[in-house]
Every structure is written in C-alpha cells, then in structure tokens.
Design a protein around this ligand. Sequence first.
Ligand SMILES: Cc1cc2nc3c(=O)[nH]c(=O)nc-3n(C[C@H](O)[C@H](O)[C@H](O)COP(=O)(O)OP(=O)(O)OC[C@H]3O[C@@H](n4cnc5c(N)ncnc54)[C@H](O)[C@@H]3O)c2cc1C
Length: 333
Amino acid sequence: MTELKHDEQLYDITIIGGGPCGLFTSFYAGIRDAKTKIIDSLPQLGGQLAELYPEKYIYDVAGFPKVLARDLVNNLKEQSAQYNPTVCLNERVIGLKKLEDGTFELTTNSTVHLSKTVIITAGIGAFTPRSLPAENTKDFEGKGIHYFIDNLQSHKGKKALVVGGGDSAVDYALMLEEVCEKVTLIHRRDQFRAHEESVKKLYDSSIDVKVFNELKSVHGDGALEKAVLINNKDKSTEEIDANLIIGALGFSASLGPIMEWGLEIEDSMIVVNTKMETNIPGVYAAGDIVTYPGKVKLIATGFGEAPTAVNNAKMFFDPNAKLHPGHSSNRKE
Ligand SMILES: Cc1cc2nc3c(=O)[nH]c(=O)nc-3n(C[C@H](O)[C@H](O)[C@H](O)COP(=O)(O)OP(=O)(O)OC[C@H]3O[C@@H](n4cnc5c(N)ncnc54)[C@H](O)[C@@H]3O)c2cc1C
C-alpha cells in the first residue's frame, strides 16, 4: 500500500463532492470568507452533469430558460473560482473522523486532510470506472491498463488502444493521437454516444477505428504487450500490439464508505435538519445525498440547500459570525 500524504493545512470547510451542489457550496463558502477545499473522486468537476449528461439541456434551473449541462458546470466553475478554493481531484474520501480537538480528519485514497467543518455534497456517491470485461485485465490494471489519462506526456510513443464509444473514449483517443505512435479505438456498436463534432474528428484522424469490436483478452510478460479483439458480428479475432489500454466504459456510483461514518442514513441518503446539519455536529450535507420530509432531488433544491449549509457551518467554526450573510449585491467589486 502506498503511503498517504498529509496536508497539514487546516481548512474552514471541506466539501466532499464537486458536483453542481458542491461547486455552488464552494462559491458560497467564498462569500463567507471561508478557507475552502473541494474533494472529488473524479478527474473533473461537475458531478452527474459532467459525467452522465454533458450534452443534455436542463430546463429547470432558475434564470436559465434552458442550459446545456456542460455550460452550467463551466459557469459554476467560473463562479466558484472567484474565491480560489483548493480543488483535489481523483481523490475518494474513504474515512471521516473527529479528532479530540474537534478537527475533522478526512482520509482519501492518497491524502489525509484536516478541516474545521465538513459539507457532504456527494450526490449519488462516488463514481468508479467500469472495469474492462475481458480476460486477464485485472493483472495489468495500473501496469498498462488505465481508466483516466492524468499525464498525457507519460504515454508518449506508446501503442494505445481505447475501449468505448462515449465522449470520454473519443476525447481520450484524440488526445493520445497527439503523442502516441499508434492509436486504435474499438467500440461494440457502429453508433457513438459522443458529440457529433468529436466523432467527425475521430474519423478524420489517423486513429484506427474498429466498430463492432470488443476486447477479448490482454497479454504481456509482466507489462502489457498485446490485446486480442473480437468482432461481435462474425466472431473473428485479431491480435494487436498495445502497451497502453484506456478503458472508457463509463462509471457506476456508490455511497460506499459514507455509510460507515456514523451518519444517520435513511434509504441511502443522509438525514439532515433545517440547518442542513447531520447528526454529527460540524458535519453538514446538501444536494442529492440528503433527505428530510418533502425532499425533492433537483439541481435547484441543491442550490437552495448549499447557502443554508454554508451559513450554518460558518456559525459552527466562528460562533461570533452572523447566520445571515448580507446580500451579495452589496459586494464591493
Ligand atoms: C440523465 C440525467 C438528467 C438529469 N436532468 C436533470 C434536470 O433536467 N434537472 C435537474 O434539476 N436535475 C436533473 N438531474 C439530476 C441532477 O443531475 C442531480 O440532482 C444533481 O447532479 C445533484 O447534484 P449534487 O451536486 O448533489 O450531486 P452529483 O452531481 O451526484 O455530484 C456528486 C459528486 O460527489 C462525488 N463524490 C461522491 N462520493 C464521494 C467521495 N466519497 N469522495 C469524493 N467524491 C465523492 C462524485 O464523484 C460526484 O462528482 C438529472 C440526472 C440525470 C442522471
């Protein structure tokens, strides 16, 4: 097991989950002059909007007759960035515990973080990448098989195979084309779920696109060397050289460890009171993950719950603060 890093800085508010609700929470925490950190298990911010439906229009966010999910996320990121929250991506919060002095210690897969209060905006849970359903893949995970691209340059000169037919698969293949010796993309159907413009770029590129193909098995002596593909129409197989495989088959979501932090849970949601406070003093929650009588899971309701959670968290770590923040329109530019 790799050793965990320790971030010794104490934050006022740590937000678990950088979906729309977490992003708006971070902006609002900025308004309240709180030193804020957002942690998300995904490599990007935006939660369900960025991961599940970036190209869909949303019609029920106040002030927008309609807005693309991707654009709403970009606007939320811009709004949040005004206050420079610390953003930690690719980190799943696994443990939450209160230390003797009242500080919260949050443990992720890579780091231990410290915070005076916590706001959980973890939606439907942490997304984990769907594993590649092929022989021997477990043996090469992290040793040639990856589910994200963190550092494009580290793949320079490789023979890459991308598996999938959505936006991520097509975007990854196009990114890799810039640095790899060869890129192959396989998809089990001939229709892509990716943005039309990206699919056009894909077919105009040097990427070898093989539709109706699936990954059958992977091979190598210690490190990944070859992949065997199977055509799902005529069942013929083909062996290709590949020392990098990117699985881009989407994600599944699970609350996982959050259920074990001593929070009151009802139907896989965290019970909160009207202050958005959980049963653990100093831990608040908002968005899809919370429940209370009459709760409706919508982006609009999450946006309402976020300021309530922040203003009450502010009172928790700064008892002299006022609950009501004043109006943002009075802010000096
Ligand atoms: C196809 C589809 C269409 C939709 N259309 C609409 C619509 O038109 N209008 C509307 O109002 N709503 C719509 N919704 C619902 C809307 O997307 C959700 O209400 C909204 O995303 C909830 O936001 P959130 O920030 O609470 O959670 P999420 O968007 O789920 O974000 C939670 C984030 O927390 C992260 N996370 C979870 N656990 C951890 C952990 N342990 N450690 C680190 N990170 C963690 C996740 O990776 C995720 O990024 C739609 C949903 C879907 C699937």
